[in-house]
Ligand binder design. Sequence first.
Ligand SMILES: Cc1cccc2c(=O)nc(N)[nH]c12
Ligand SMILES: [Zn+2]
Length: 373
Amino acid sequence: MSEFRYELIKECKDTGARVGKIHTPHGVINTPIFMPVGTQATVKSLSSEDLVEMDANIILGNTYHLYLRPGQEIMKKAGGLHQFMNWNRPILTDSGGFQVFSLNELRKITEDGVEFISHLDGSKHFMTPEKAIDMQNTIGGDIIMCFDECAPAGADYEYTKKSMEMTSRWAKRCSDAHKRPEDQALFGIVQGGMFEDLRAQSVKDLTEIGFPGYSIGGLSVGESKAVMYHILDVTTPLLPKDKPRYLMGVGSLDALFEGTVRGIDMFDCVLQSRIARNGTALTSHGKVVVRNATYKEDFSPVDPECDCFVCRNYTRAYIRHLIKTNEILGARLLTYHNLYFTLRTMEKIRQAIMDDHLLAYKEAFFEKYGIAE
Ligand SMILES: Cc1cccc2c(=O)nc(N)[nH]c12
Ligand SMILES: [Zn+2]
């Protein structure tokens, strides 16, 4: 009997948003949820203890990166990623398809799988749906992904159609190859680019195979936000209401609200940690580029309205100094705050849905943050 279960708790009366709980062998995920990205077995500069302290329910790992380093053998000997990184809460792993395409120019896609040259050492590899599932079975994530092709931004209808159809055939192969369905939930990934009929066909193909959850892939690949939201408007309502929906690679604070109101339950994005390393903070009043000279003598907190340890103990001037001198602590403090701020915002979104207050909260947040509706 699978320990994976989605519990729908409340549907928003004004939008497609919902509050739910995803029950997994490593604990409960409150949705809508933002998932910090821990590509190489770490959310860059943070320890597992930091992530527990900020109450991250779930983090991401990545099959492609872990397959290349440290490799399947070491992951096996470590007893899986939870043990390896001392993280005892849920983990979701991406299948590696997206990374093979996005990190490698030199690759050849065939029906059987994808041949690619490692971006690290130039070695040649051949990834198939079966190998992607086998590696995810070794990593041991509570939620794992089908091996898919994310059609490049701007791909034409014919290419996108063929790519989506192959992704659907690969999804069936992944489902057949999955050895641990009772404790690892395999999600199908909806493709179809920016074409409504292809998106609908992808949903039909995947729901006929049947998965415990569905990801929406092929977005946040360079299309405008308006196009992304339109694709969500036509795709999400086709997905089963009693299963979680995961919008891959999204997003920025505005996209988290816009995805939530369109019925998305799960989000992940590297933005929060990536901009932190460059010296940009996310605050209740929008982005603050702490590295700018403006903050040289600003001894106020990154975000006066935030209660994280960074905002309670450090100043913008100090963090600017760390970033300017390339001190590792600068990246750590801003990463911690940006993720903490995003997680707390998701918490407030969940509460607003429970209180039938989501649209009012969204409007107030956008106004303060400086997002034009
Ligand atoms: C991480 C990510 C972002 C954006 C899109 C995708 C996608 O289409 N497929 C996969 N497997 N991952 C994705
Ligand atoms: Zn803070």
